[in-house]
Design a protein around this ligand. Structure first.
Ligand code: PEP
Ligand code: MG
Length: 873
């Protein structure tokens, strides 16, 4: 993002101007530095301070400097001379008027404009004022001209409903919204018959002189023309984020399409947070979106047409009977069909213990601390949402943040604390009263906001009471933003019959753990799933990603039928799962289990695992305050070995770092942890920890078939170093490495002298080969292990292995029905997976002829894409 610097004579003046500009872009902060005044009260300018301000405002995309009078310019020019060439080249000095220029520059920088565009916006900042005063408007070079674009996508219009017209704040929101899309959006004031102006330019939008009641036309072209137009109309329908619920709904504009004030037009659009009372941000419906055959409507990350959900479910959830039938589509993460009521991970108001209050100051501190910690938590979820879904969707969390600052709630809580109540009691009463007040309102949207108040209220209450983990095992289908590996590991498949996640991807550790437990799961559903109320009846298919909230009778019956057919197939495979997987042409493929706990090992045996091809030992190390010692590790590894009843276990050394940090061994912050100190790199950086772990493994290997495996290997030297720590090993113990880094795959032959086997970790190999982060739902279709690029690496490993070492695959690809034939055809004769997948994969292998599989695999290597590999043949 382009940075801004304000150079002026008065610090107070410059700071106030920055505050004004920041107000326009509060949800997309722009780096703005002030170099003004010699101190807080002395007027003057200082070249060194300007130089420092420029340096810190520059985040890589350069800086635009705005200055006030005379010597401000001279000092800035001097500062430029002091700067290094590389920095100086990226600085533009703007002749724009300070206040107007700064606001325009901030808005365009926030929208991702280039330095030249930001400078042009600043330079044009007087255009609106000039047009309104009848002066001739001259535009700066670099300003988009009009009419600039060929329009092919039609026009739409809205009636401006803002009492003060399209003034700075709504205009800033409009500009930011228009710029989010890959489209050229233009606006025209149809009432005054203005010229078309680019919607991405604040200064040009200001020239529209659009007042309340004016009709504004929107037209767009480009790839996302429709989405951009819809988004602008939706924003207009929400009066550009200004409180409009008391405005009459004009006919013929976007409201006529059924969008109520304060409601988004699509799943991507959510109203910006407002000063109290914050806008209600959930629930919308749009005409034309219903599924007539079933009485349902469709939503989902890709759906652009309709949305029908209710509120975040806590104490005031609507009764299931009130919930419209809704279809969502997410990513299939763990196969199986789940049918039942949903519950939210953080549901339920905690009980407040009857403890006597401490003094008021202490109780006050408790409340402040709890508010701060919940604020940090919500900010964190918001930031994940921003990254994984988009800033518009992340705005939903602003409403919750606003509730933490709600003057009404805080005033009452403080008063009650002063009157002698404990902080939890005072807070609970204050939020309950506010929620009840919302509930009592006539407006259904404001009524439903009671659920938001409860959600935030309970979150603060839990922080106050030190309840860190929400209860994880209620009956039914769990709904959560995302699951940490620790949370997923704690799920009891007997009670949690399914998992629906707003974020995450099929290869995230949460999803892997759900598969491991045989718990059907769909991930990447977007924040809308968090709004499905507690108790709503849901059916979903974890094998296809289809989720139906409150299905009609037909859909319920269809899902039950599908479930019955799947169950029949599953049972047939399960009954035969103890036997070996021998292909039609007589080749035995070992089918084993990935294990992340002792319970998983028991499940592995029950599902007929031939061995444990991967024991993720990190489960023993995470979520605790100190590493387990050798005795504790030995006992756990023995328990796993015992559960597998003499079958071989492959113990992987600690694979932390990346998305699995160790609380008691915090490393320096890393820009990109997946490319950082993780896996074997981490172990070699902590040789004592590695030595203790290897010692425990070797002890078990004395009386049980054990393989030791090092994860995330990049170089031969790492393996040599790890083997040095391992020392002499019993004859029966095999040592291997995971191939997860493309470089390791390409030089697989070089590892031959040091390993007995390799196991290909296709989750990481795929993410590194395609440069597509494994947990990023936006990249899930890109991160496909059947991409021919990944397959070629696997082929390289298999070729290098022949006659030298064994090759296994233990990434998620091993259980992918579309991959089994290709992997075995390439020469992989060991597959390891989540235990519940074992019976079906064994059945698949039994149906294969590996000579045919080899031919199929050879063809797959030549195909252009994963989709082509997956295509029916
Ligand atoms: C892999 O990367 O494929 C793998 C099996 O390791 P993990 O999923 O534990 O990173
Ligand atoms: Mg891995």
């Amino acid at each position: 993002m382009v940075g801004l610097v304000v150079v002026g004579h008065s610090r107070a003046l410059a700071t106030a101007a920055v505050a004004l500009a920041a107000e326009m872009v509060h949800d997309r902060p722009v780096p703005i530095e002030v170099a003004a005044g010699l101190d807080d009260t002395t007027f003057g300018t200082d070249a060194t301070a300007i130089m420092d301000a420029i340096t810190s405002a520059d985040r890589g995309d350069g800086v635009v400097v705005l200055m006030d009078l005379g010597s401000a310019l001279l000092s800035t020019e001097l500062a430029l001379e002091l700067l290094e060439d590389g920095v100086r080249e990226k600085v533009t000095l703007s002749a724009a008027p300070l206040v107007e220029g700064l606001v325009a520059a901030a808005v365009s920088a926030a929208a991702g404009a280039t330095r030249q565009e930001v400078a042009a916006e600043a330079a044009n900042a007087l255009a609106g004022k000039q047009a309104q005063l009848g002066a001739e408007v001259t535009l700066a070079a670099g300003t988009p001209s009009d009419p600039p674009i060929a329009v092919s996508d039609g026009t739409a219009s809205f009636v401006l409903r803002n009492a003060h017209g399209l003034h700075a704040r709504p205009a800033a929101r409009l500009v930011a919204e228009a710029r989010r899309f890959d489209a050229s959006v233009e606006l025209r004031n149809a009432t005054t018959r203005s010229a078309w102006v680019p919607a991405g330019s604040l200064s040009r939008v200001a020239t529209l002189g659009a007042l309340e009641g004016h009709v504004v036309e929107v037209r767009a072209s480009g790839r996302q023309a429709h989405e951009a137009t819809d988004a602008v109309l939706a924003l207009a329908g929400r009066a550009f984020g200004e409180d409009s619920h008391d405005l009459p709904a004009p006919a013929g504009d976007v409201l006529a399409a059924g969008i109520l004030p304060g409601q988004p037009a699509s799943a991507r659009d959510r109203p910006a947070p407002l000063p109290p009372p914050p806008q209600h941000w959930v629930g919308s419906s749009k005409a034309g979106g219903s599924d007539n055959s079933s009485g349902s409507s469709t939503i989902g990350a890709s759906s652009h047409t309709a949305k029908a959900t209710s509120t975040t479910a806590e104490a005031t959830s609507p009764k299931p009977a009130d919930i419209p039938s809704t279809v969502m589509n997410g990513q299939a993460a763990s196969p199986g069909i789940a049918i039942g009521p949903v519950w939210h991970l953080q549901g339920g108001t905690p009980q407040i213990p009857d403890t006597p209050p401490q003094d008021a100051a202490t109780e006050q501190h408790r409340l402040n601390d709890a508010l701060a910690s919940v604020r940090a938590d919500i900010e964190a979820v918001k930031s994940v949402t921003t990254q994984e879904i988009g800033p518009a969707e992340a705005e939903i969390f602003d409403a919750h943040l606003l509730l933490l600052d709600d003057a009404d709630i805080l005033d009452e809580a403080h008063r009650r604390i002063r009157d002698g109540e404990t902080a939890p009691r005072a807070w609970a009463t204050a939020t309950e009263r506010t929620a009840a007040a919302f509930q009592a309102l006539d407006d259904p949207y404001l009524q439903a906001r009671a659920a938001d108040v409860h959600a935030v209220g309970d979150q603060v209450l839990r922080a106050l009471l030190g309840i860190t983990a929400a209860p994880l095992n209620r009956e039914g289908i769990l709904v959560a933003p995302e699951l940490t590996p620790a949370e997923a590991a704690a799920l009891d498949p007997a009670t949690v019959t399914g998992v629906l996640l707003a974020y995450g991807s099929p290869t995230s550790h949460g999803a892997i753990l759900a598969r491991t437990r045989g718990t059907p799961a769909v991930v990447g559903l977007g924040p809308a799933v968090l709004e499905v109320p507690d108790g709503a009846f849901v059916v979903f298919d974890g094998g296809t990603g289809e989720v139906v909230i409150e299905p009609g009778a037909d859909r319920r019956a269809a899902f039950r039928e599908r479930a019955a057919a799947q169950e029949q197939r599953r049972k047939h495979a399960f009954d035969r799962s103890e036997g070996p997987a021998v292909s039609r042409d007589g080749v035995t493929v070992s089918v084993g289990a990935n294990v992340g706990s002792v319970a998983d090992a028991a499940a592995a045996a029950a599902y007929g695992a031939d061995m444990a091809g991967l024991v993720r030992t990190e489960f023993l190390f995470l979520d605790r305050d100190a590493a387990p010692d050798a005795d504790e590790q030995e006992a756990t590894y023995r328990a796993i070995a015992a559960a597998l009843g003499g079958r071989r276990i492959t113990l992987r050394t600690l694979d932390v770092g990346g998305d699995k940090p160790l609380r008691y061994l915090p490393g320096p912050a890393e820009e990109n942890p997946f490319l950082g100190v993780r896996g074997l790199r981490h172990s070699l950086a902590h040789p004592d920890l590695l030595a203790i772990q290897l010692q425990a493994m070797v002890r078990v290997a004395r009386d049980h078939p054990v393989d030791i495996m090092f994860p995330m290997v990049s170089t031969v030297d790492e393996v040599i170093a790890a083997r040095r720590v391992l020392g002499q090993v019993p004859e029966t113990l095999r040592v291997g490495i995971m191939i997860e880094v493309p470089a390791a795959a390409l030089k697989a032959a070089a590892f031959a002298p040091y390993v007995d086997f390799v196991s290909i970790g296709t989750n990481d190999l795929t993410q590194y080969t395609l440069a597509a982060e494994r947990g990023n739902p936006a990249l899930a279709s890109l991160a496909d292990g059947l991409d021919p690029g990944v397959l070629r690496l696997i082929d390289t490993v298999c070729r290098a292995a022949r006659g030298h070492f064994e090759v296994a695959v233990c990434g998620e690809l091993a259980a992918d029905p579309a991959a089994v034939e290709i992997l075995t055809g390439l020469g992989v004769h060991e597959l390891s997976m989540a235990p519940p997948a074992i019976p079906a994969v064994k059945e698949l292998v039994r149906g294969l002829d590996l000579k045919e599989a080899a031919a199929r695999a050879a063809t797959a290597l030549t195909l252009p894409s994963a989709a082509a590999v997956r295509a029916p043949h």
